[in-house]
Write a protein that binds this ligand. Structure first.
Ligand SMILES: *Cc1c(COP(=O)(O)O)cnc(C)c1O
Length: 225
């Protein structure tokens, strides 16, 4: 099966300490099961409805990562089972995750999404906003979320230097936060950066989680979804 050999090839390339999230958005549950049977358990989705539907149909030992823009009113649907939310970009969203996590007696793992690209379309906080957020009393009061690190998306570009510099800036910000505001937080360990086109650079720049879809499952057909 081609999907499995793609996965195997990527796994052989990336260091053991790097987590591979197989981004399964728009791909079928059969596609997911192909690499599930091979032993893969970490999958990523970017739409709440699609994630919930796949969660309901598929084995319960899958670790589901939410990687897309998350609306506060939809947090309640994924809070009971999600393993890691990569895309927290506001205090209000974080507070809603905390509230819903409390309701189901869980602690939900999250990453703070940082804006590193030169495109207006990408979501995320800039450094100032992020530092302001983590210094609020509301942030400190969120007992049912665990901030595990940062996530970022590089500019969609062929310019390797631009991409590398963006990843490098995210790594530097991570290091700075780890030495300061998160110095007592042992869970603050993850940098989620790198997709099919740029994960090699991301790993060179210190990524600990790569999010790879099309390089595993093939070209995406958005018209189906
Ligand atoms: C779709 C998506 C990916 C994976 O993209 P590929 O180019 O298919 O590897 C990674 N991260 C996010 C946030 C995505 O939405």
């Amino acid at each position: 099966m081609e999907t499995t050999s793609n996965l195997r090839e990527i796994l052989s390339e990336i260091p053991l300490h790097v987590t591979l999230v197989a981004v399964s958005k728009t791909y079928s549950t059969d596609d997911i099961m192909t690499i599930y049977r091979f032993g893969h358990r970490v999958f990523g989705e970017n739409k709440v409805q699609e994630l919930v539907s796949k969660y309901e149909q598929l084995p319960k030992d899958i670790k589901w990562h939410f990687i897309g823009h998350l609306q506060s009113n939809k947090v309640k649907y994924i809070a009971p089972f999600v393993n890691l939310i990569h895309s927290v970009d506001s205090l209000s969203l974080l507070k809603e995750i905390d509230k819903q996590a409390k309701k189901c007696n869980r602690t939900v793992n999250v990453l703070l999404q940082v804006y590193i690209a030169k495109e207006e379309t990408k979501f995320g906080l800039d450094e100032k906003e992020l530092i302001a957020l983590v210094e609020t009393s509301d942030f400190l009061a969120c007992e049912n979320v665990r901030v595990c690190g940062l996530m970022g998306m590089a500019t969609n570009s062929d310019n390797v230097t631009v991409i590398r510099n963006e990843f490098r800036s995210l790594s530097a910000l991570f290091g700075k936060l780890k030495d300061t505001v998160f110095s007592k937080n042992e869970c603050f360990t993850e940098i989620s950066m790198g997709m099919s086109s740029d994960y090699v650079i991301a790993i060179e720049e210190g990524s600990s989680i790569v999010r790879i879809g099309s390089k595993i499952f093939g070209e995406r057909n958005y018209s189906k979804s």
